[in-house]
Ligand binder design. Structure first.
Ligand code: TXA
Ligand code: MG
Length: 547
């Protein structure tokens, strides 16, 4: 579990970095694209991992290189407006205006897809995002390859999008054959993703092209906001929630904090206070994503503490374009230099500031949750239908295995005891049915766990919310729960999903339903559950930083 198909350190290619002036190298990269390989390419927003959008095998390689599951639609990049009609089945009047006004440029327009786009590119949706980058090297590469190029951002899943070829080389080295050099990205934040399938644009991801700009372009074309905006059919935009633990990949990096609220004349004071505080808390070196002038002042103020502060300067204090262009590079550089915490300035949420704050707030939220001290108490819940046979058995076996492998302590903190609370519930039960007698007997005789007299519990949202991990006996149960409670889906798994990377001979994650059957069937069920839990417990403990 928890690992990419391509493991860290494993290499398949000697990744070549080629520039457009290297004619032979550039032509080879374009050919590789046409022949179904994955190529790192520059655009004005961020670098992408390109492949032939019509070739499902090539698309699969992109996901493998990125270390991400294929559940998120890819943007299709073109080098001319003429190549768009064959990729889509409908160009609405709104889409037409956006294409005319902003292409080529940092915008992705979502339209109904044509049959040319395979389901693996659209992630099963009937739409496709089309982007015509303005970056000359991107245009040259796409044109030379002769194929529509599907490309996500070229970062490893979990790290900031790359804005320099060196970022792509760092994340993708050995995973792909070519990276094309195109200098530092001008915009630095990913494109505006806008759904134009209805009668008014809907922004799914803010970027350099703003809603105000789109409204102006539409007004100029005689289209004003309709009284009823037609409901849009898909609201993807954000990555669909990943169903598996193994889908979560956080780059090892520090907390990010946002300073101020657009009151720029106060920012020097804020940075100063932040640095003072962190030096006292010894979360140093403190990483500052900061303007040139404030950096200079801070350097003077903390002259004798130079080694405790890292600076990444983006330009003038209130220059949102410069801050946007350098944000991802700044986070990568400060992180790479070993910052204990990073401070970055807030910008007013208007114009490009909307996209800048969107990315910065995400970075801040992710790192904060990661920086929380690991909990030493965890709750796991087993779920089946009736909560009378399988989940009570699993509950008893899990408790037994936990005790049998004691002591459990927090990783690296031998003095801190780790504890686990185990319970069970049913999705199709009513409260208060007795557990089946055979389950009680097996729990007692074979696992030394007393569950007699306990009664079934009906699963509720409140119970689910309290849990750290929810383990369902079948995929039907886990699918059902994730659909019902999408916000909680990150912690819901079936036995089979937990086992995905843990092959055990004779066990496939399926567990017999013994309800109404003889004792021997219950025994078999218990044995299956025990094998599965033995296999996954070490991984679960690792994930919770317990031993
Ligand atoms: O600037 C960019 O857009 C960069 C460069 C390389 O072009 N690409 C990029 O791709 O950021 P990616 O895969 O990292 O993000 C694409 C976003 C995802 O949030 C995805 O869900 C959304 O666009 N998206 C793509 N196609 C979509 C569709 N048909 N419907 C809804 N959202 C879609
Ligand atoms: Mg991305």
């Amino acid at each position: 579990m928890f690992e990419n198909a391509l493991r860290a350190g494993e290499t398949r290619f000697e990744t070549k970095l080629v520039g457009i002036e290297d004619q032979a190298g550039f032509a080879a990269a374009a050919r590789a694209l046409a022949e179904g390989e994955v190529v790192g390419m520059p655009t004005e927003t961020v670098y992408g991992l390109g492949c032939d959008a019509r070739n499902p095998e090539a698309v699969a390689k992109v996901y493998e290189a990125k270390g991400r599951p294929s559940d998120n639609p890819l943007i299709v990049h073109v080098a001319s407006k003429e190549s768009i009609p064959e990729l889509v089945s409908e160009i609405t009047p709104v889409a037409r205006v956006l294409m005319d006004a902003f292409m080529p440029g940092p915008i992705t327009v979502i339209m109904k897809k044509s049959d040319v786009i395979p389901a693996c590119v659209s992630a099963g949706l009937d739409t496709v995002g089309i982007r015509f980058p303005i970056h000359p090297v991107a245009q040259a590469l796409i044109a030379a390859s002769g194929v529509p190029v599907a490309a996500p951002s070229a970062n490893l899943s979990g790290s900031p999008s790359p804005t320099k070829a060196e970022h792509v080389m760092k994340d993708m080295n050995g995973r792909i054959p070519y990276v094309v050099e195109g200098g530092e990205c001008q915009v630095g934040l990913e494109s505006t993703v806008v759904d134009a399938t209805g009668n008014w644009p809907q922004i799914l991801r803010p970027g350099a092209i703003t809603m105000e700009q789109m409204e102006q372009a539409l007004a100029a074309a005689g289209i004003s906001k309709p009284e009823t905006v037609v409901a849009l059919e898909n609201k993807a935009g954000e990555a669909p929630r990943a169903p598996g633990m193994k889908y979560r990949h956080y780059a090892p990096s520090c907390e990010v904090h946002i300073l101020g609220q657009g009151d720029f004349d106060q920012y020097e004071e804020y940075y100063k206070e932040a640095v003072e505080r962190e030096i006292i808390d010894s979360r140093t070196p403190v990483g500052l994503f900061v303007s040139d002038t404030i950096a200079a002042e801070i350097q003077v103020l903390f002259e004798d503490q130079k080694d405790k502060i890292l600076f990444y300067t983006y330009g003038q204090t209130d220059d949102v374009e410069a801050a946007s262009q350098h944000l991802f590079d700044g986070l990568r550089v400060l992180d790479g230099q070993g910052a204990g915490i990073i401070f970055a300035p807030a910008f007013p949420k208007e114009g490009l500031g909307v996209a800048y704050m969107n990315r910065l707030e995400k970075a801040a939220a992710e790192k904060v949750s990661k920086a929380e001290a690991p909990k030493n108490e965890r709750k796991v819940l087993f779920v089946c239908s009736g909560n009378t046979c399988r989940s009570p058995l699993a509950e008893a076996i899990m408790r037994h295995l936990w005790k049998a492998t004691e002591p459990h302590v927090m990783l690296g903190q031998p003095g801190v005891q780790a504890s686990l609370e185990v319970s069970s519930a049913g999705v199709a039960t009513s409260d208060g049915c007795f557990y089946t007698r055979y389950s009680e007997e097996i729990a007692e005789y074979e696992y030394d766990e007393d569950i007699t007299g306990e009664r079934s519990t009906m699963l509720t949202e409140d119970i689910l919310k309290e849990q750290d991990l929810v383990i369902c006996v079948t995929n039907d149960h886990s699918h059902f729960l994730r659909e019902r409670f999408p916000d909680l889906s990150d912690k819901i798994f079936s036995f089979e999903e937990l086992l995905e990377d843990n092959y055990i001979d004779g066990i496939d994650g399926e567990v017999l339903d013994p309800y109404g059957r003889e004792y021997e069937v219950y025994q078999k069920t218990a044995w299956q559950i025990e094998q599965i839990l033995r296999a996954v417990l070490p991984e679960i403990l690792k994930k919770w930083e317990m031993t």
